[in-house]
Ligand binder design. Structure first.
Ligand code: ADE
Length: 245
């Protein structure tokens, strides 16, 4: 590990990832906006290698499931020791276990995480983790979608990316958050740029009209139509007043 992400700079938004594959980090979080923010110290990353807490000569971290069945389960004592070490180093972070069984992640929850001191995320492998760890440490189970990944690490990368871009100073003034998908409980309207005509397709006239009022109306209509077609659940939530802001 390098100093770039091994330690916790005092006040920045902090991420801890407990994983058997620390080499997966920062990975894609080391480039572009989020990577620059990491270099600037706007957020900080610490990986905790679960293997360091393994049992015996083989540093074993998993065992057969109680009650029988396929696969292996990550041991409560091993994970408990890793979580204790993580919490000692950075108390107060939101404790998360990434799991397809979790509540689906929303932009609203991402914003809450981003507004807090940071997140401590357990990335599981194998069939999962001993349930007692989840309960004892009050881990919030978070899913990034209705499909099964081979481990929680990719999900952790997704959570961090979504949060970090909301931290003050990460996005430039030109990259406005206000109009993007989910910010108003709607999907975002379509974008166009030069050339004015491409492969026989023109930019919609209204966008070239200079009439800001008409442009805003058109964009809102497009956003509503797209959301109705693709995500009727979001429209239903808006009607109930459950805005995703
Ligand atoms: N681990 C495996 N699949 C996952 C998912 N869909 N979301 C979060 N963590 C996971």
């Amino acid at each position: 590990m390098t100093d770039r992400y091994a330690t916790r700079p005092s006040a920045s938004w902090h991420v801890q990832v407990l994983t058997l594959f620390p080499e997966m980090f920062p990975g894609p979080l080391g480039v572009s906006l989020v990577g620059t923010a990491l270099d600037k110290g706007l957020w900080s990353l610490e990986t905790i290698d679960i293997r360091d807490f393994g049992i015996g000569r083989h540093k074993s971290v998993d065992d057969t499931p109680a009650g029988g069945g396929a696969g292996m389960v990550m041991r409560a004592d091993v994970l408990g020791a890793a979580i204790d070490a993580a919490r000692l180093n950075a108390p107060g972070l939101a404790p998360v276990y990434l799991s397809p069984r979790g509540r689906p992640l929303t932009q609203a929850r991402v914003r809450e995480f981003a507004d807090g001191p940071g997140v401590m995320m357990l990335a599981g492998r194998f069939e999962g983790v001993d349930q007692r760890v989840i309960e004892h440490h009050g881990l919030e189970e978070v899913s990034i979608g209705d499909y099964v990944l081979s481990g929680g690490e990719l999900a952790a990368l997704v959570v961090v990316d979504a949060c970090v871009r909301l931290i003050d100073g990460v996005l430039g003034a030109k990259d406005s958050l206000g109009e993007e998908s989910f910010e108003a409980g709607l999907l975002e309207y379509p974008h166009y740029t030069r050339p004015r005509e491409w492969e026989g397709h023109a930019i919609p006239d209204v966008l070239l009209s200079g009439d800001h009022r008409r442009i805003a109306d058109w964009r809102r209509q497009q956003a509503e139509a797209l959301t109705r077609a693709r995500r009727p659940d979001l429209i239903a939530n808006r009607a109930k007043g459950e805005n995703n802001d």
